[in-house]
Design a protein around this ligand. Sequence first.
Ligand SMILES: Cc1cc2nc3c(=O)[nH]c(=O)nc-3n(C[C@H](O)[C@H](O)[C@H](O)COP(=O)(O)OP(=O)(O)OC[C@H]3O[C@@H](n4cnc5c(N)ncnc54)[C@H](O)[C@@H]3O)c2cc1C
Length: 429
Amino acid sequence: MPQSHPPTIAIIGGGIAGLTLTIALLKKCPDLHLTLYESAPSFGEIGAGVGFEPVMVRTMSLIDPRIALAFEKCSRGNTVTEPPRWFTVRVGDQRRGGKKIKIGDEVFVMPARRGPRGGVHRAHFLDELVKLVPAGIAQFKKKLASITEAQDGSGDAVLHFGDGTSARHSAVLGCDGIKARTRALVLGDEEAAAKAVFSGKYAYRGLLQMEKAVEIMGDVTPRTPQMFMGYHGHVLTFPIANGSLFNVVAFSSRPTWENPNWVVPTTQEDMLKDYADWTPTVRKIMASLQKPDVWALFNHLPASTYYTTKPLICLVGDAAHATTPHQGAGAGMCIEDVYILSELLSQCRDRSTIEKAFEAYDAVRRPRSQKLVRTSREAGMLWDFEGEGVDDDLEKLEENALRRMDWIWDYEIVEDLERAKGMMEGGSD
Ligand SMILES: Cc1cc2nc3c(=O)[nH]c(=O)nc-3n(C[C@H](O)[C@H](O)[C@H](O)COP(=O)(O)OP(=O)(O)OC[C@H]3O[C@@H](n4cnc5c(N)ncnc54)[C@H](O)[C@@H]3O)c2cc1C
């Protein structure tokens, strides 16, 4: 059976998952032949801010300290509170009356863990990652259409692209995001979990100069992360771009999403209707967002597997487990996937060991990443006064909120790697 020696790997998609995986594999498997195929004409990120917590930054360091340094370069200059805060939580919706709280004031603080953390501008972070990928690795305008198995008995994957070209590799790592073609190929086009489903939430996203935010909110508040909760919506703000920009993500709810496009332009008037009953501060923030877009938030139902063997394809990042952003950990899960998968692949010399690596990766990554999708959805409801048995009861809400991030933030990924390595070597889970 002819096989490529050493194996050749195709990575599909150059977002946070695809780029960090490329950097990881180039470092850990210097002999590996690797090509990254990206459908866009160049690398690029959509949206503005993305936040990472210390657990994820530690994992970046484990993959390659240069990734953590790239993050720190982009987050340096954000105000650091002592002790660190994930968000200062307030009620922003004036319909929530009651004696114990003053609308707009701090209700409780969600503490963060200590260590490098915070928000970065997506484009800046991606630019830093791109610098770590040598020329010649990435091919652009290569939109994956399908994958077939080579007919020569090698088991190789033949990739077919939208431009009519094809390429042959020992294995394919699908990092092609929430609408992943590789996901449909692994699960089957007809499988219910193959396509993402609407989560019931949508968001407006925008950026203000920090000076403008200071005008609206005063000198201190906009420089640290804030959450304004309300009925069927919440508004998050946090500094990015080394403290120079104020990132706004404002959520709202609707039962269905019919438009085939997930990002659609809207008017300021329509956007402000969603926050008609909110505090003047929230309304001023929203009114400052120019040219607003509505982003429909979709997520994946749990996939029954993250890999297939005929030919070898494995899903990574959002392609495997796209989530809503309500616990701020979707990109963090990409980083964790990359750590485990790259370490396991660094032990592989041929097709059969790659298959074992995929099996072990699937076993350790699927439960944790799918738990995030589920709990993130619940968190979105919690912040929107829709939490089951909680609604707008702020004491219950605080109690729930303070517990819900522990399993994400106090995680020892090295233990999962050891478990996965044990499985690969033949031990049971
Ligand atoms: C509003 C919002 C806020 C968020 N905030 C946070 C946060 O604060 N913290 C956090 O950890 N996470 C956050 N997330 C989640 C995070 O953005 C994603 O989990 C992460 O960016 C996914 O990265 P990815 O590389 O898997 O996918 P993507 O970034 O979607 O990259 C996929 C890549 O594949 C390419 N591609 C697609 N199809 C093909 C094809 N057929 N052939 C070739 N290439 C293809 C695309 O062009 C793209 O470059 C947020 C998400 C949203 C929506």
